[in-house]
Design a protein around this ligand. Structure first.
Ligand code: ATP
Ligand code: MG
Length: 139
Protein backbone atom coordinates (compact mmCIF):
# COMPACT_ATOMS: atom_id res chain seq x y z
CA UNK A 1 0.00 0.00 0.00
CA UNK A 2 1.22 3.49 -0.73
CA UNK A 3 0.87 6.32 1.76
CA UNK A 4 -0.10 9.90 1.12
CA UNK A 5 2.34 11.80 3.35
CA UNK A 6 6.07 12.43 3.35
CA UNK A 7 8.36 14.50 5.57
CA UNK A 8 10.67 17.09 4.10
CA UNK A 9 13.27 19.42 5.54
CA UNK A 10 14.79 22.42 3.78
CA UNK A 11 18.39 22.00 4.95
CA UNK A 12 20.51 24.77 6.57
CA UNK A 13 22.54 25.76 3.49
CA UNK A 14 19.42 26.17 1.34
CA UNK A 15 17.86 28.31 4.07
CA UNK A 16 21.06 30.35 4.33
CA UNK A 17 21.13 30.95 0.57
CA UNK A 18 17.59 32.35 0.65
CA UNK A 19 15.90 29.39 -1.05
CA UNK A 20 12.98 28.87 1.39
CA UNK A 21 10.58 30.79 -0.86
CA UNK A 22 11.66 29.24 -4.17
CA UNK A 23 11.61 25.71 -2.72
CA UNK A 24 8.14 26.14 -1.17
CA UNK A 25 6.97 27.49 -4.52
CA UNK A 26 8.36 24.41 -6.29
CA UNK A 27 6.70 22.14 -3.72
CA UNK A 28 3.33 23.79 -4.38
CA UNK A 29 3.89 23.60 -8.15
CA UNK A 30 4.49 19.87 -7.78
CA UNK A 31 1.03 19.42 -6.33
CA UNK A 32 2.11 18.72 -2.75
CA UNK A 33 -0.18 20.07 -0.03
CA UNK A 34 1.41 21.38 3.18
CA UNK A 35 -0.13 19.52 6.13
CA UNK A 36 2.26 20.94 8.77
CA UNK A 37 5.28 23.25 8.74
CA UNK A 38 7.79 24.84 11.14
CA UNK A 39 10.94 26.98 11.06
CA UNK A 40 13.36 25.79 13.72
CA UNK A 41 16.93 24.81 14.58
CA UNK A 42 17.72 21.24 15.60
CA UNK A 43 20.13 20.58 18.45
CA UNK A 44 22.95 18.13 17.67
CA UNK A 45 21.17 15.56 19.85
CA UNK A 46 17.91 15.99 17.91
CA UNK A 47 19.73 15.66 14.56
CA UNK A 48 21.43 12.49 15.86
CA UNK A 49 18.06 11.06 16.82
CA UNK A 50 16.45 11.97 13.50
CA UNK A 51 19.30 10.31 11.55
CA UNK A 52 19.64 7.34 13.95
CA UNK A 53 19.31 4.90 11.00
CA UNK A 54 22.55 6.33 9.54
CA UNK A 55 24.53 6.08 12.81
CA UNK A 56 26.99 3.52 11.39
CA UNK A 57 27.53 5.41 8.11
CA UNK A 58 30.87 7.27 7.69
CA UNK A 59 29.10 10.58 7.04
CA UNK A 60 26.91 10.45 10.18
CA UNK A 61 28.88 13.02 12.18
CA UNK A 62 29.25 15.41 9.24
CA UNK A 63 25.53 15.05 8.47
CA UNK A 64 24.27 15.62 12.02
CA UNK A 65 26.65 18.54 12.64
CA UNK A 66 25.52 20.17 9.40
CA UNK A 67 21.82 19.58 10.04
CA UNK A 68 22.14 21.24 13.47
CA UNK A 69 24.29 24.13 12.18
CA UNK A 70 21.45 26.51 11.33
CA UNK A 71 17.69 26.84 10.97
CA UNK A 72 15.67 24.47 8.81
CA UNK A 73 12.11 24.24 7.56
CA UNK A 74 10.39 20.95 8.44
CA UNK A 75 7.11 20.10 6.74
CA UNK A 76 4.67 17.26 6.19
CA UNK A 77 3.58 17.06 2.55
CA UNK A 78 0.52 15.28 1.20
CA UNK A 79 0.02 13.85 -2.26
CA UNK A 80 -0.97 10.49 -3.69
CA UNK A 81 2.02 8.15 -3.29
CA UNK A 82 3.81 11.04 -1.57
CA UNK A 83 7.10 9.32 -0.61
CA UNK A 84 8.02 8.17 -4.12
CA UNK A 85 6.45 11.19 -5.83
CA UNK A 86 8.54 13.57 -3.71
CA UNK A 87 11.76 11.58 -4.10
CA UNK A 88 11.28 11.71 -7.86
CA UNK A 89 10.55 15.44 -7.63
CA UNK A 90 13.65 16.33 -5.55
CA UNK A 91 16.04 14.23 -7.66
CA UNK A 92 19.09 12.11 -6.86
CA UNK A 93 20.90 12.49 -3.52
CA UNK A 94 23.93 14.12 -5.19
CA UNK A 95 22.81 17.40 -6.82
CA UNK A 96 25.48 16.93 -9.51
CA UNK A 97 23.61 13.77 -10.59
CA UNK A 98 20.05 15.06 -10.08
CA UNK A 99 17.85 15.40 -13.15
CA UNK A 100 17.61 18.99 -14.46
CA UNK A 101 14.74 20.93 -12.95
CA UNK A 102 14.55 18.89 -9.73
CA UNK A 103 14.77 20.69 -6.37
CA UNK A 104 18.24 19.30 -5.61
CA UNK A 105 19.55 20.17 -9.09
CA UNK A 106 18.21 23.72 -8.75
CA UNK A 107 19.01 24.46 -5.10
CA UNK A 108 21.53 21.88 -3.88
CA UNK A 109 25.17 22.79 -3.17
CA UNK A 110 26.77 19.33 -2.91
CA UNK A 111 26.08 15.79 -1.65
CA UNK A 112 25.94 16.79 2.00
CA UNK A 113 24.17 20.09 1.37
CA UNK A 114 21.59 18.81 -1.09
CA UNK A 115 18.87 21.38 -0.30
CA UNK A 116 16.14 19.07 1.01
CA UNK A 117 15.35 15.83 2.78
CA UNK A 118 12.59 13.45 1.70
CA UNK A 119 11.37 10.35 3.59
CA UNK A 120 12.39 7.02 2.03
CA UNK A 121 9.39 4.84 3.01
CA UNK A 122 5.84 5.18 4.30
CA UNK A 123 6.93 3.81 7.70
CA UNK A 124 9.76 6.34 7.98
CA UNK A 125 7.47 9.14 6.79
CA UNK A 126 5.23 8.44 9.77
CA UNK A 127 8.15 8.20 12.23
CA UNK A 128 9.69 11.41 10.87
CA UNK A 129 6.37 13.31 10.85
CA UNK A 130 5.81 12.28 14.47
CA UNK A 131 9.35 13.43 15.32
CA UNK A 132 8.47 17.03 14.39
CA UNK A 133 4.71 17.45 14.73
CA UNK A 134 1.90 16.76 17.19
CA UNK A 135 -1.65 16.13 15.97
CA UNK A 136 -2.53 19.74 16.91
CA UNK A 137 0.01 21.02 14.37
CA UNK A 138 -1.42 19.18 11.34
CA UNK A 139 -4.14 20.56 9.08
P1 ATP B 1 17.60 12.31 2.49
O1 ATP B 1 17.49 11.20 3.48
O2 ATP B 1 18.29 13.54 3.04
O3 ATP B 1 16.33 12.63 1.80
P2 ATP B 1 18.67 10.42 0.60
O4 ATP B 1 17.62 9.49 1.10
O5 ATP B 1 18.69 10.71 -0.87
O6 ATP B 1 18.57 11.82 1.33
P3 ATP B 1 20.51 9.04 2.33
O7 ATP B 1 21.29 7.88 1.87
O8 ATP B 1 19.32 8.81 3.21
O9 ATP B 1 20.08 9.92 1.05
O10 ATP B 1 21.51 10.01 3.08
C1 ATP B 1 21.03 11.01 3.95
C2 ATP B 1 21.76 12.29 3.71
O11 ATP B 1 23.11 12.11 4.08
C3 ATP B 1 21.81 12.74 2.27
O12 ATP B 1 20.72 13.55 1.92
C4 ATP B 1 23.10 13.51 2.20
O13 ATP B 1 22.89 14.90 2.55
C5 ATP B 1 23.95 12.89 3.24
N1 ATP B 1 24.92 11.98 2.61
C6 ATP B 1 24.67 10.82 1.99
N2 ATP B 1 25.80 10.26 1.54
C7 ATP B 1 26.81 11.10 1.90
C8 ATP B 1 28.21 11.08 1.74
N3 ATP B 1 28.84 10.09 1.11
N4 ATP B 1 28.91 12.13 2.25
C9 ATP B 1 28.30 13.14 2.88
N5 ATP B 1 26.96 13.22 3.08
C10 ATP B 1 26.23 12.21 2.59
MG1 MG C 1 17.26 9.13 3.17
Amino acid sequence: MTGNITLTMIKPMAVKKGFIGPILHKIAEGGFRIVAMKYMKLTLEQAEKFYEVHRERPFYQELTEFMSSGPIIAAILEKENAVQAYRDYIGATDPAKSEAGTIRALYGTNLGMNAVHGSDSDDNAKVEADFFFSSLERF
